[in-house]
Design a protein around this ligand. Structure first.
Ligand SMILES: Nc1ncnc2c1ncn2[C@@H]1O[C@H](COP(=O)(O)OP(=O)(O)OP(=O)(O)O)[C@@H](O)[C@H]1O
Ligand SMILES: [Mg+2]
Length: 311
């Protein structure tokens, strides 16, 4: 991936009356990457995305999309023709089939992608003639992605494409996003799912109360904010707990009998293993759990992000 910014946001502010929804943010998105914009409900994700889509006018600051100025009326048409948008809580004509919907939206643009081609991209050939209203939630979202692609855009904005979907349906949408990247599209993905960030994003910005509080690759953020690894002694029960408590500081026993130990150095692992062995403690598996993007959020905010809410 070369470094060619296709989105450049500089000191962007958006206020609604007294509320500052987007509070002086700056970032860049590079061509061809999956860029995740991650934060809880009300953080300012949709507002930012809609400013970049030229749907909302910023209070101050500036942004360029594909080198074009979002504040210039003369650039608006050029921007819109080169981006694709899946709005949050997307819906389309209930009584059109998948293919009919794609034909309709294609007809809006002079240059558009063949509906059958798009159906292949979202892997929905067997549903092409099904009415939109009869599709499952995950399939509806995939139609939404296809509609965002009708004008063969360079950048695709997907605003929470997997919120509310079950795990299998989410994977289906992930596969589509992975394919978009393979086909050279830049994807701007808003989400509050940490596993989604980890699975899909090349870079992520975490937004909280309108401010960007962390940015970088998921891996970089995990190593910076992810915290310690945890040693898991499955079904170690109170015997393992007592032995480990004697040699290490941060030991807890879960209700299911697993014993968890925070690791500070590699020697902690070796010491724990030998101590269990010397004391003939019986346990299930012995494993080390790495930090995940979940921990990043916990460390940044002191809370977990569950279904968009900080808890
Ligand atoms: N048109 C509007 N008028 C007034 N306030 C608004 C408007 N749109 C959004 N807001 C407020 O701005 C803040 C940011 O909202 P935004 O929709 O950008 O957040 P979000 O990160 O997309 O949240 P979610 O995860 O719930 O979609 C929220 O407090 C919201 O209530
Ligand atoms: Mg939103």
């Amino acid at each position: 991936m070369g470094s060619e910014p296709v989105i450049e946001v500089d000191s962007l502010v958006k206020r609604y009356g007294d509320l500052t929804a987007v509070d002086n943010i700056s970032f860049k998105v590079q061509r061809g990457e999956v860029f995740a914009f991650c934060g809880p409900n009300g953080a300012g994700k949709t507002t930012t995305v809609e400013v970049l889509e030229c749907l909302r006018v910023p209070t101050s600051g500036s942004a360029k999309v594909l080198g074009l100025d979002i504040s210039k009326r003369s650039d608006l048409h050029a921007i819109r023709s080169r981006i694709g948008v899946l709005p949050q809580q997307f819906n389309t004509f209930e009584l059109l089939t998948v293919k009919e919907s794609l034909e309709f939206f294609g007809s809006v643009f002079d240059k558009h992608v063949d509906p059958d081609e798009l159906i292949k991209v979202i892997d929905m050939a067997e549903y092409a003639d099904m009415l939109y209203k009869n599709l499952s939630g995950g399939l509806k979202q995939r139609v939404g992605v296809a509609i965002a692609l009708v004008n063969d855009p360079e950048i695709v904005f997907l605003d929470e494409p997997t919120t509310g979907l079950d795990p299998k349906a989410r994977r289906g949408v992930w596969d589509v996003i992975t394919n978009l990247k393979k086909n050279g599209k830049t994807v701007f993905l808003t989400t509050h799912y940490m596993d989604e960030v980890e699975a899909l994003a090349d870079n992520v910005n975490v937004i909280l109360n309108g401010k960007i509080v962390a940015e970088g690759s998921p891996r970089r953020l995990i190593s910076k904010y992810g915290g310690q690894q945890t040693l898991v002694v499955e079904e170690g029960q109170v015997e393992a707990y007592n032995v480990l408590k004697g040699i290490l500081s941060d030991v807890v026993m879960e209700p299911n009998g697993d014993v968890l130990v925070k690791i500070n150095s590699k020697s902690d692992i070796a010491n724990a293993f030998s101590a269990l062995d010397e004391n003939n403690v019986v346990y299930g598996r012995f494993s080390v759990k790495g930090a995940s993007f979940d921990d990043v959020f916990l460390n940044l905010t002191g809370k977990k992000l569950v279904e968009g809410e900080l808890r």
